[in-house]
Unconditional design. Structure first.
Lengths: 254, 175
């Protein structure tokens, strides 16, 4: 087989790749085509690039693709959005909730709206602690604060749903959402977040965390659920276990 | 309202067509499926709640990818330190066509530094031009060209090294 040693500098390799990608100008293409006709080495390289491209383009999906998030509702007219923002600001000022990071969506379910609010809370920079409004202050808030989960965000909606966002010493963020009435049981959800929901004392509760190890989240959820629905003697073992876990906890994934 | 509902459905369907590719790009950037899923879903929420979106498909795809990419940059999740990883000299390899298979190509792709993998995904898998990829990444087109060629050289080198070579892969210097 005729063979010509090819001492191509890297720029030639780049040019060859660009040729395979159809990125060369016509004049450059002509020059390279002439060279390909006389250099089996160069032709072999081009064949390798083309085969590699074909293999890459034919790669099957690597594992399951996560589901697309649930479709949001149709956008509201601009005046409604402005009105909603204004209303939210009024509410925020009235109850001294700072900052309010609540995404209002009157058509959404408790879970949907809570997830959206959590998403905003989790992606926002940490804010200084804010005064806890009486409606939001509760044994739950105090218990979590003792564990090192500081409430840094709270918000309430016109329908009376209360949301509190906590951040831990290791960067974990979770939010507790309380509805003034019982909520339907949680349906299987595709949300990329840990969720736990329950009803107790005529209220609906939803705990959400992202980036938190599942085992820790479930411990916290079990503890809060017990706090809201069980007598004190049932709560104490969970509190002890959680405190023990907390001392050895790893930072959250974020 | 009905018209808005139809519009939302259309937007969702349009995004759904790009969803698998968008997730793959997120995987390429993060090298972590969980983080990729996080980022892709957050990007999707931004897309679905955006006030408007590009009408033309090429512009729409660039817009999608840039939202995802900017989101990851904002979150500081990219492993920028890998950008300087040296690639083998192209002249060092002779590819063995029989070594090229979906499995070896995928394994090799996973071994690429993130910055190289990104251009391979954008150009080879997702069909972006050099100029489009360059605009998306925020580098000159020449950088894409260089990075892509080094990535391919590295891929071929990894593929060559990872397989039993049934043919000699080097020619004698005197041949």
């Amino acid at each position: 087989m005729p063979h010509r040693a090819d001492q191509s500098p890297p720029s030639d390799w780049e040019t060859l790749n660009a040729f395979a990608d159809g990125e060369l100008a016509p004049a450059e293409q002509r020059v390279l085509a002439e060279r390909l006709a006389t250099s089996p080495e160069t032709a072999e390289r081009l064949r390798g690039i083309v085969r590699l491209k074909q293999e890459l383009q034919g790669l099957p999906a690597d594992g399951a693709t996560p589901p697309l998030p649930v479709r949001s509702g149709p956008p509201r007219p601009r005046w409604q959005r402005v009105a909603a923002i204004a209303a939210a600001l009024v509410i925020a000022t009235a109850v001294a909730f700072t900052p309010v990071l609540l995404r209002r969506d009157a058509s959404g379910s408790f879970v949907t709206v809570s997830l959206a609010a959590h998403e905003q809370f989790a992606s926002a920079p940490a804010q200084p602690a804010v005064a806890i409004a009486p409606a939001a202050a509760s044994p739950v808030t105090n218990e979590l604060a003792r564990l090192g989960l500081q409430p840094i965000w709270q918000a309430t909606s016109a329908s009376g749903q209360v949301r509190i966002g906590f951040v831990g010493a290791r960067g974990c963020r979770l939010s507790l959402h309380v509805s003034p009435h019982d909520e339907p049981a949680l349906a299987p959800t595709s949300a990329n977040a840990a969720l736990s929901g329950w009803n107790a004392g005529g209220r609906g509760y939803l705990l959400i965390a992202t980036e938190m190890p599942q085992a820790r989240f479930e411990m916290i959820a079990g503890f809060i659920k017990a706090l809201t629905s069980e007598p004190a003697d049932k709560v104490e073992p969970l509190r002890t276990a959680l405190q023990s876990e907390w001392r050895s906890a790893q930072p959250c994934l974020a | 309202m009905w018209r808005n509902g139809r519009k939302a459905n259309a937007r969702h369907a349009r995004l759904e067509r790009e969803w698998a590719r968008l997730f793959r790009y997120a995987c390429a950037l993060t090298r972590d499926r969980e983080r990729a899923a996080d980022a892709a879903q957050e990007a999707a929420l931004r897309v679905l709640t955006a006030r408007s979106e590009p009408a033309e498909d090429p512009a729409y795809r660039r817009w999608l990818y840039s939202i995802l990419r900017n989101l990851l940059i904002d979150q500081g999740r990219r492993q920028q330190r890998e950008q300087g990883t040296p690639a083998p000299e192209p002249a060092d390899w002779r590819f063995d066509e029989r070594a090229l298979s979906a499995i070896t190509v995928r394994q090799a792709l996973e071994q690429l530094p993130a910055a190289m993998k990104e251009v391979v995904v954008l150009v080879d898998l997702d069909g972006f031009s050099y100029a489009e990829a360059a605009a998306l990444i925020g580098v000159p087109a020449g950088t894409v060209m260089s990075r892509l060629s080094r990535a391919r050289a590295m891929l071929l080198s990894i593929i060559g090294g990872a397989n039993i070579r049934v043919l000699p892969i080097r020619h004698a210097a005197s041949s």
